[in-house]
Each structure stands twice: as structure tokens, then as C-alpha cells.
Design a binder for this molecule. Structure first.
Ligand code: PHE
Length: 360
């Protein structure tokens, strides 16, 4: 049998060499377990003579305590090392900026809607909404377009079927966002300042027309709102939206049944080298229709035209998105081609705002 010293040396070496918890446990069982070597020595004490037993017992106990202490120390050291390793491998810098995966992107139309909402919100306009399936009263009559008016034909309207025998006028897919003017004024009266972005529908399809497209309506009614306010609001908007220091707008006299006077608005631009630049050059591009809200429209919406007046405008969102982001073909907007979406889409976490920049 080994002397106690070699026994001790052997176990202390084994403890030091144990690379993990389970190796350490094997050493403990071999030394101090029920059938362990040290335990066997202790069990032998009973057979010894009393004087021998006393000295041997003390020596065995000291050996047992020493090995036990070494096991504990080693166990603690292994736990520390394991924790160190976890801390080293699992650390995460939560102050790093998010990494956009670009799996999904924001469609240019959604991006532009967010941008123009931010700009008009800054000028005190709230967002109003209305249904895409609209009654012909909201889409036409209330906007001073009576049943036989030629404008109804010009709008290339989609009509919805009524049940056979139901002779009420059919609902339509709204041909413009102007019916939201009526709904907003009926809902909240005057004064009012709203924009209404959304989908509109006309039977039309070529390189610059799709049967569904997007408009944003603007409406500002108060005691003394004039064309001058309209001009300022539109210039402010264009400057902010196109992110240029100045823009020039041209108001052309026009006609809409729901405004009087009416104006179509063009923006100064250049197409030099096939590249569009807003705010300079000698070309003009039509971007919207506008005017002073017709008294009959105010009256239809329950607003007294002797007390209130104001402007309205309607702008093509797809058109200004194409202008701003250099997108050549309108139809591609609605093809759902993933390559196109990845190319023209926007990072999902960049919400446009005036302070942080509209399009980063
Ligand atoms: N609703 C008109 C259109 O779709 C645009 C417009 C809106 C014109 C408001 C004047 C005032 O063409």
C-alpha cells in the first residue's frame, strides 16, 4: 500500500489535472466516495489497536480534509473559468446600431407617403381617410359634378355592380381623393387642415398610367385662406420634399368643377443628360391640380360658404416618387418584382422625419 504521502501527492495531482467537472467528480469518488481509497482507510480504523488508531485517525482525517479542500478549490476555479469563457464568447455590444437585413424593404410609394405626411404634419395638417369603394355622391355630386357632367366620363370610372333589381346608382372605385374633402368637412367642420393620401382608380393603362394609382389630397379651410396661402404651402412642400434649397412653381389657369378659381401647378426642372433636376433648368413638369374650394362643395359638406373659404389640391404620389427617386416606368411600381423592390425600396427602420432627414 502507498504511504499516505504518495497517496496525497497522487490525489492532489489528479485534482490539479482534472479538466472539467466530471473529471473532478471521478477523482472525488475514487478518493472519498463510499468505496473510495481514503474511505477504505477510514473503515480500517476499527480493526486497529486503540493507541495506533488515534494517530492513524488523525492522519487520515488530515489527508481527507486536504483532498477535500483541493477538490473544492479546483471546482471553484473550473466554475470561474467556465464563467469567464461564457462572458468572453457571449458578449454583445447593445450600443451598436441595428444592422438592417434588407430582407424586406419599404416600397417607394409608402416611403413617399411617409415623407409627405411628415412635411404636411409640420405645417399643421392632420391625415384624413376615406373608403376606396365610394358612393357616386361623394365621388361626384358633392364635388359639384352632377350626373350628366362630362367630367364623369373623363374620369374613366370603375362602377360596382348592384344586385339585379336594385336601381340605386352604383358605387364606384373612387377616381380621386377629393371625396375625402367632403367626408373630412362633414366629420369635423371648419376650420380644418387635412391631407388625405390613398389609392384611386381609373380605367387607364400605359407607360404613365395604371388602373390603380395614388394621390394625396390637401384641404385647408378657415376664415381668410387665399391662393397666396396655397402657393406658399405648395412651395414649402416641394422644397422640403425634393430636398433642394429652392423650387419654382408655375400656376396655370385650369378648370375643375370643385374649385374656383382653379390652377394646375408645374415645377421647374431640367432633363440635362437624361437626369432630372428639380428647381433648375427650362422645363416644366405638371405635378398637381388645385384651387379655391367651390362654394357649392363647402355647402354640400355642411360648411357655410359665407363664413369659410380655403384651398384644395390633389397631387399624384407615384408621379412625385418617380421624379424624386429617378424611377422611369410607373408600371414597375405594381409588378411586385423582388429585384425592383430591393433596388428601389427603403430600409424598414428609417422613418422619414424633417429633423433627421427625409430620405437617408
Ligand atoms: N381631384 C383632382 C384630380 O384628380 C385634383 C384636384 C384636387 C384638383 C383638388 C383641384 C383640387 O385630378
Amino acid at each position: 500500500m502507498d504511504t499516505l504521502d504518495t497517496l496525497k501527492a497522487r490525489y492532489l495531482a489528479a485534482v490539479a489535472a482534472a479538466a472539467d467537472e466530471s473529471a473532478l467528480e471521478e477523482v472525488r469518488v475514487a478518493a472519498l466516495g463510499k468505496k473510495g481509497e481514503i474511505s477504505a482507510l477510514m473503515a480500517g480504523l476499527g480493526k486497529m489497536a486503540p493507541e495506533e488508531r488515534k494517530a492513524a485517525g488523525a492522519a487520515f482525517n488530515a489527508l481527507k480534509d486536504e483532498i477535500d479542500a483541493a477538490l473544492r478549490a479546483r471546482r471553484a476555479a473550473l466554475a470561474d473559468a467556465a464563467l469567464e469563457e461564457r462572458l468572453r464568447s457571449e458578449w454583445l455590444d447593445v450600443t451598436l446600431p441595428g444592422r438592417p437585413r434588407r430582407q424586406g424593404t419599404i416600397h417607394p410609394v409608402s416611403q413617399v407617403m411617409d415623407e409627405l405626411t411628415a412635411i404636411f404634419a409640420d405645417m399643421g395638417f392632420a391625415v384624413a381617410e376615406g373608403p376606396q369603394v365610394e358612393s357616386d355622391w361623394f365621388n361626384f355630386d358633392a364635388l359639384n359634378i352632377p350626373p350628366e357632367h362630362p367630367a364623369r366620363q373623363e374620369h374613366d370610372t370603375f362602377f360596382l355592380h348592384r344586385a339585379p333589381g336594385d336601381n340605386r346608382p352604383p358605387h364606384v372605385l373612387r377616381t380621386h381623393t377629393s371625396p375625402v374633402q367632403i367626408r373630412a368637412m362633414m366629420g369635423q367642420g371648419a376650420p380644418i387642415r387635412v391631407i388625405a393620401p390613398g389609392r384611386v382608380y381609373r380605367m387607364d393603362m400605359d407607360q404613365t398610367h395604371t388602373p390603380m394609382f395614388h394621390q394625396v389630397e390637401g384641404l385647408a379651410i378657415d376664415r381668410d385662406i387665399s391662393m397666396a396661402n396655397l402657393k406658399w404651402v405648395l412651395e414649402e412642400f416641394c422644397r422640403a420634399f425634393f430636398e433642394v434649397p429652392s423650387v419654382e412653381l408655375r400656376f396655370r389657369a385650369s378648370h375643375f368643377p370643385f374649385t374656383e378659381p382653379s390652377a394646375e401647378v408645374d415645377i421647374r426642372c431640367s432633363w440635362q443628360g437624361g437626369q432630372l433636376k428639380i428647381g433648375e433648368g427650362d422645363k416644366w413638369m405638371e405635378i398637381l391640380g388645385s384651387g379655391m374650394v367651390h362654394p357649392r362643395v363647402l355647402a354640400a359638406a355642411g360648411v357655410d360658404p359665407d363664413q369659410w373659404q380655403g384651398f384644395a389640391f390633389g397631387m399624384g404620389i407615384d408621379r412625385i416618387a418617380m421624379l424624386k427617386y429617378g424611377i422611369p416606368d410607373l408600371r414597375a411600381f405594381f409588378d411586385s418584382d423582388l429585384r425592383w423592390l430591393r433596388h428601389y425600396g427603403f430600409a424598414a427602420l428609417d422613418m422619414p422625419d424633417l429633423a433627421g432627414g427625409l430620405s437617408r
